[in-house]
Every structure is written in C-alpha cells, then in structure tokens.
Write a protein that binds this ligand. Structure first.
Ligand code: IMP
Length: 192
C-alpha cells in the first residue's frame, strides 16, 4: 500500500521508516515531487495535522498522512505545545528552543512534561485521527546529541536516559510518534 507522508522533516521521516512494517510503501513529499511548506496556523495538533494531510490530498488525490507533535510542559501551562517548532526565534533552531525552555523553567522542581503526537490519515477521501503520548521529565540541562528538537532535554518515564542519549531503536520503545503510528497501522491492517 502506498502512503504519502506529508512532512519535510527528515528526522520524522527516518523515525517513521523505522516503525512502518513491510507492505506499506512510505512516499515522502520529495519522492512525490511536491515542494511545499505547509503552515501550521491552528491552536490544536489535530487541526494542524489535518491542514497538512488535507493540503497534500487536495494536490495528489492519494492516500496520505501527516502528524503534528509538540512538547507540553505542566509548569508552563502546556507550553510550548502547538508552537513547539517556533518557541524561540525562528533562526535560533532546536537549541534556541531548548535554551528558552530551560530558562523559563529555571529551578522549578515540577519538570513533568509530555510529547503528544496527533496523526491525520486520509484514506479514500475519509479522514481519521490517531494520538500517541509519552510522559516524562525535563532535565536541568541538555544531555546527548542524538535525535532532534527537544530530545536532549526530555527523559521519558521508565528511562534513565534522555531521548538525546538514545538510539532511534531505543527511542522507539517509548515514543509518542510510534504509539500513534501503531494505532494507524493496526487500523490499516484491520481494513485490508
Ligand atoms: P511539528 O510537528 O513539525 O510542528 O514539530 C514541532 C516541533 O516539536 C519540532 O520542531 C521539534 O522541535 C519538536 N518535536 C517534534 N517531535 C519531536 C520529537 O520526537 N522529539 C523532540 N522534539 C520533537
């Protein structure tokens, strides 16, 4: 089965390739010849995920999915949430986002946070949603240089290591993205 993955984020593509089983042919936007930067203007992960998959479905008419992910920090009332990608200034990248997060949290002992992923799948014109969460803790300073985004500052519950210290295989055990993908895959396998 062919499925277009509506993202330009190479880290997400690599993670999904590790998760998706044989029998599914993942097609990236690049491979589909689509050059587009889809905005994420909404207040919820669901609406942003939907915006991305609907945009690609309208362009191609083919089955596709997208995901929107963010980090929700309890002591910051759920921030950065849907603005996780652009928490700090745009040109400050991942390390700017992490610096801002650690500065805002300071020495606050409440460091509980979660990653949340919402996937929008469009199959034969119908839209379906799948969600995955990973609960954990924000470190006092970054650890490890694997992964991307907030991985170096986040330790998932049940681990001593940050995502930044894990291989992609280890991250998969805990990952919000993998949990959402498991639901999507089970849904597709049930239908076939
Ligand atoms: P988006 O889903 O492309 O809007 O991603 C939002 C931002 O959340 C990204 O730019 C990353 O900073 C962060 N992010 C998304 N997924 C992960 C992850 O698995 N680990 C760490 N950071 C992530």
């Amino acid at each position: 089965m062919d499925l277009i993955f509506a993202t330009n984020n190479i880290n997400k593509i690599n993670e999904i390739r590790q998760i998706i089983p044989a029998g599914f042919n993942l097609i990236t936007l690049h491979e589909a010849g689509i050059k587009i930067d889809i905005p994420e203007p909404h207040d919820t992960f669901q609406e942003n995920a939907s915006e991305k998959s609907q945009t690609i479905y309208k362009l191609t008419g083919k089955s596709c999915f997208s995901e929107d992910t963010g980090l929700e920090v309890d002591a910051l009332d759920g921030a950065p949430g849907v603005i996780s990608a652009r928490f700090a200034k745009e040109d400050e990248g991942y390390s700017g986002n992490n610096d801002k997060l650690l500065k805002l949290l300071g020495h606050n002992p409440n460091r509980h946070a979660r990653f949340r992923t919402v996937i929008s799948l469009i199959l034969e014109g119908e839209e379906y949603f799948f969600e995955g969460k990973c609960e954990g803790t924000i470190l006092m300073r970054p650890k490890g240089s694997n992964g991307f985004g907030y991985d170096p500052v986040f330790v998932p519950d049940g681990s001593e290591k940050s995502f930044g210290e894990m291989s992609m295989e280890e991250k998969k055990t805990f990952s919000h993205r993998r949990k959402a993908m498991d639901l999507l895959i089970a849904f597709l396998q049930k239908r076939s």
